[in-house]
Write a protein that binds this ligand. Structure first.
Ligand SMILES: *Cc1c(COP(=O)(O)O)cnc(C)c1O
Length: 430
């Protein structure tokens, strides 16, 4: 068969491709997207979709964004890539200088990698090796229940969504989980942490600040996190804010940590960093952490790197994205979406099928009442997903939780269409 003459992309895909989080035996044929513009995508049959989750939270400024594309083109035709071992370049330096301006003031050193999981991997390795370099035995990590930090081994160990990680449970670094301090659970969470501080076993506490994305946009208050962070500081446990999802405006501020009084020791950034164009991540550190590796002894260095570390083209995309984020119009968009979410919440929250609703920044989530706990990829979840796709709205419910996380440039009209589709799903999908 000459596949290039077969225009059925889903069929050609099925010959060779293995998709993420997919049971291929039961999955529907994959939808072939051919074009994107702003908050919209079009498939190979010409059907239009609203990208209501910014393509897994990466795309705040719209698909095929010309400003970022121009920056990438300019960089590609100047210096597309150069190794970062022994060499440096202006785009990487500029990204660091720019981030220094907008991150919590204690973040001082920046390490580039390629995705959220590696950003987390690096943070956890730095915490463990910091103590190793000092000759201290702190080898365990603290994380929240139902956390998601990525799919590589250390990130997976820190993640608490069990069916994602079950198969590897014997091979993971040791992680102890504490309850998420959602309303009513603040004390239980703090008590559990305090219990762990009685030993000197723990190197770091990693958390998704204020919103647990993959758990279904589970939200908790900054005051609760402040208390946990300061408890860790008092006990020499490094804190890692995984802002891979929340970073770059999603929470209504540049970073979810901007709601805090305390400052984390490390931060993980990726997803929206390059406006959804080029895979890139950055782990950021305090001077203290960097100094734990700074020594005449070469063995104390951080022996971690990736071939594409600080790729100049990715850096150019990141710089353009941060410029877009800082435009007053973009900040106004974030506030506009937040207001629309709050209005929709007020309208729908009392519906008899709805258990709870929550909003932070551009994130809206509602939880449907169910008889039993709906599983992550359960029956109701699949019916809802298919209903939304049929209506041309890309939403990926997590169990019985429906959430919206749109690109910031989405129009009020398209936002209303998303709300109406969700409202009708609540009436029609059982
Ligand atoms: C998506 C995500 C990750 C993993 O990022 P990848 O780029 O998919 O490896 C890690 N942490 C959080 C909070 C995320 O949302």
């Amino acid at each position: 068969m000459n596949t290039t003459q077969n225009n059925d992309l889903a069929a050609r895909d099925a010959h060779y491709l293995w998709h993420p989080y997919t049971q291929h035996k039961t999955a529907a044929p994959h939808i072939a997207i051919q074009r994107g513009e702003g908050a919209l995508l079009w498939d190979d049959k010409g059907k239009q979709y609203i990208d209501a989750i910014a393509s897994w939270w990466v795309n705040p400024f719209g698909h095929s964004n010309k400003f970022i594309a121009d920056a990438i083109y300019k960089q590609l035709t100047t210096l597309e890539h150069v190794l970062f071992g022994g060499f440096t370049h202006e785009p990487a330096i500029q990204v660091a200088e720019k981030l220094k301006e907008i991150l919590p003031s204690n973040q001082q050193k920046f390490f580039f990698s390629d995705n959220g999981s590696t950003a987390v991997e690096i943070a956890l390795k730095v915490a463990l090796q910091y103590y190793y370099n000092k000759g201290k035995k702190r080898t365990k990590i603290i994380a929240f229940e139902n956390a998601f930090h990525g799919d590589t081994f250390a990130a997976m160990a820190a993640s608490g969504i069990s069916f994602f990680t079950e198969a590897f449970s014997g091979s993971l670094i040791e992680v102890t989980r504490i309850p998420v301090p959602v309303a009513g659970q603040e004390e239980a969470s703090l008590d559990a942490l305090k219990e762990l501080t009685k030993t000197n076993d723990y190197a770091a506490f990693i958390f998704e600040p204020l919103v647990q994305g993959a758990a279904g946009m589970v939200m908790y208050a900054p005051e609760a996190l402040d208390t946990l962070i300061s408890t860790c500081k008092d006990n020499n446990i490094f804190t890692v804010a995984d802002e891979v999802m929340t970073g770059f405006g999603k929470s209504g501020k540049n970073f979810a940590c901007d709601y805090l009084t305390a400052q984390p020791d490390m931060m993980c950034l990726s997803k929206a960093l390059t406006g959804g164009t080029i895979p890139m991540a950055i782990t950021t550190f305090t001077q203290e952490l960097f100094d734990g590796f700074y020594d005449d002894d070469v063995n104390k260095a951080l022996f971690h790197g990736h071939t594409f570390t600080a790729n100049p083209t990715g850096c150019a995309a990141a710089l353009a994205s941060i410029q877009l984020l800082q435009q007053p119009e973009m900040q106004a968009n974030i506030q506009r979406i937040n207001q629309q979410h709050l209005a929709f919440q007020a309208k729908i929250a009392q519906h008899p099928r709805i258990k709870t609703t929550r909003v932070l920044g551009v994130i809206f989530a509602l939880e449907l009442k169910t008889e039993s706990k709906e599983s992550y990829y359960g029956g109701l979840r699949n019916k809802l997903y298919n209903y939304f796709i049929d209506k041309g709205v890309i939403l990926r419910p997590v169990g019985n939780i429906i959430y919206i996380l749109p690109p910031y440039i989405i129009s009020d009209e398209l936002l209303s269409e998303i709300y109406e589709t969700i409202a009708s799903a609540i009436e029609e999908v059982h």
